[in-house]
Design a protein around this ligand. Sequence first.
Ligand code: GLN
Length: 323
Amino acid sequence: METKTITKSQIREAVEQTYAECKGIQGGKNADYIPYLANIDPELFGISLTLPDGTTYAVGDTEYKFGIESVSKVLTAILVLKQYGAEAVLKQIGADATGLPFNSIFAILLENDHPSTPLVNAGAITACSMVQPQGDSWGKWEAIINNFRDLCATESEVIDELYRSESDTNFNNRSIAWLLKNYGRIYDDVPMSLDLYTRQCSVGITARQLGVCAATIANGGKNPVTGVQVFAPELAPKITTLISSVGFYQNTGDWLYTSGIPAKSGVGGGVLGVLPGVFGIAAFAPPLDPAGNSVRAQAAVKSVMSKLGLGVFDGVAVNVSDE
Ligand code: GLN
């Protein structure tokens, strides 16, 4: 297989130039169905890229704590993959793209046997119901938030105002949770499972932390900053497959086709991208396109990929050199 060498300074320059070029991109609109998110400064913007040796290139608002929202689904999917294994997750949740919006009830009705994938609301609520220890809300939350820390290398916590804002308005997710219960796809107490999901979506996270989490996945489960093997290497391709197939919901195919990198978005404006074996990248900017994906963060991740001439399906081995 052909090997392509890129240097660390090329990567740094790609990130810095992308920041300068994408900073002025307008368009999109903050999520407003969660009142807290509507009021976040729409000009915030940051990019953070972490290599398997822990080197991080971060520009812009990469220390700002924003709502992790649906990117949390990736982290908790990893937790249930760890706790149950890849086979059980396929059986109990599924690994199929829905081709429909993240909060689709229609998708559940179409596939009444499965919540489809842990990376849409339905499957993510099911994943929260599976988190061990069963029946113990506090123990489950500890497992979720400790897993966040292990993947991101630093602690994070719930933004209380966001949590209240989501809890007061999550009527659609309540319907999803009870409909799933009807299909036997909630494996613990229903309100508890939904509350854990809402709480994990309300965690404040930085682009730097998400970049490290992405790099942990790209690095076969070993956190490049702490050196800890957070999950088994054989689970890395499973989680990257899930991200590839549904990370941008109904726009996932277009995204993968044009960007060349599996990535997952959240309505807080975050995007987490995984280039296996090469790097993890995160970008953050609040205004979203109609599918709920950050306009500026998508442009930024695409731009870094095209400046470096990389793509997950290129069929070349990538070597990152120090020079
Ligand atoms: N908490 C949000 C919801 O459940 C997350 C959605 C998202 O980020 N796409 O609707």
